[in-house]
Write a protein that binds this ligand. Structure first.
Ligand code: CP
Length: 327
């Protein structure tokens, strides 16, 4: 069940980032614009800022992660925050402590920002409802519902390659039904008026008709790829299937829906290929495409770090204001 929470403070500043669908475009623009200032080429010295000096960020990942967790940690460190990466398997949650008791315990140690990933719907919002007034909560992946910094990094990546999304056809290919990445991409792209959004995959992996407003559903891969400007491949999320028997056979899936060089030729010649990671090579994407000239997958990772720095820097305005009011 989704949980509503106010993401802005009383001055209209970003406090929590839980769900892109509930934010105005101006807030997304502010994040994207600041993120571009934190982007430097790979190989150049990493961008740094001391805006979070004296603040503490806690990463609480109750689901596996490489990219999101590492980039939130690096983003916080490059802004000079103290960073706590809670080892959830060794934490007292394993002894039955509730997640809110864990949060209150860390809040008592002066954690200012919680970065939370959880397999259950509503967890980041419920935490945001209960933390102290100066504390901020960032959703780092919530069930199949929301992954807002991923949606923003995907939008930034598309804009940097293709400019205005209003003229673009974006094809999201694969297990859209179980994908929080697709939901947040849809929210970000529709807010910026994407020309056409196609959801492409086997019927059983496409979302219900009442989800993904205005998106077109396509079950034939060739039809979904034809003329696309952006192709975003998604992993089959085995961990979210209610019945193990419903998980597609990897070889059969690749035969029907795997993104190969030959199939990519159906998209526009200058189409970009995206994937949020982690990739299952040889299942949803062939290595020749993942590592090929049209792939922007590593740029997505670079952009993700800049987006997370921008979000952390923007919510700091709330922390500063709230703590100033409390003095
Ligand atoms: N894209 C993404 O969320 O990757 P991780 O699961 O590695 O964080």
């Amino acid at each position: 069940m989704t949980v509503d929470v106010e993401q802005l403070n009383e001055r209209g500043e970003l406090r929590h980032l839980i769900n892109l669908g509930l934010l105005d475009r101006e807030h997304l623009d502010a994040i994207l614009s600041l993120a571009t200032r934190y982007l430097t080429p790979v190989g150049a010295s990493a961008p740094r800022d001391d805006i979070l000096k004296g603040r503490t960020v806690a990463n609480l990942f109750f689901e596996a992660s490489t990219r999101t967790r590492a980039s939130f940690e690096l983003a916080a460190k490059r802004l000079r925050a103290d960073v706590l990466n809670l080892d959830v398997n060794m934490s007292s949650r394993a002894k039955g402590e509730s997640i809110m008791d864990t949060i209150f315990t860390l809040q008592a140690m002066q954690v200012d920002i919680f970065v939370v990933r959880d397999a259950s719907t509503g967890v980041p919002a419920r935490i945001a409802q209960q933390v102290a007034p100066h504390v901020c909560v960032l959703n780092a992946g919530e069930s199949d519902v929301s992954h807002p910094t991923q949606g923003l990094l995907d939008l930034l990546t598309i804009q940097r390659h293709k400019g205005d999304v209003r003229e673009l056809c974006v094809a999201i290919v694969g297990d859209v039904k179980h994908s929080r990445v697709a939901r947040s991409a849809h929210q970000a792209l529709t807010k910026f008026g994407v020309g056409e959004l196609r959801l492409v995959g086997p019927a059983e992996l496409l979302p219900d008709d009442d989800a993904f407003e205005k998106a077109v559903r396509v079950t034939e891969l060739a039809d979904g790829l034809r003329g696309a400007d952006v192709v975003m491949a998604l992993r089959v999320q085995r961990e979210r299937f209610a019945e193990l028997d419903d998980i597609p056979d990897p070889q059969e899936y690749f035969r029907r829906y795997g993104l190969t060089e030959e199939r990519l030729e159906l998209a526009r010649r200058d189409a970009i290929v995206m994937h949020p990671g982690p990739m299952n090579r040889g299942v949803e994407i062939d290595s020749a495409v993942a590592d090929g000239p049209q792939s922007v997958i590593q740029e997505q990772v670079t952009n993700g770090l800049a987006i997370r720095m921008a979000v952390l820097a923007l919510i700091h305005r709330h922390i500063r204001g709230a703590q100033g009011a409390a003095v």
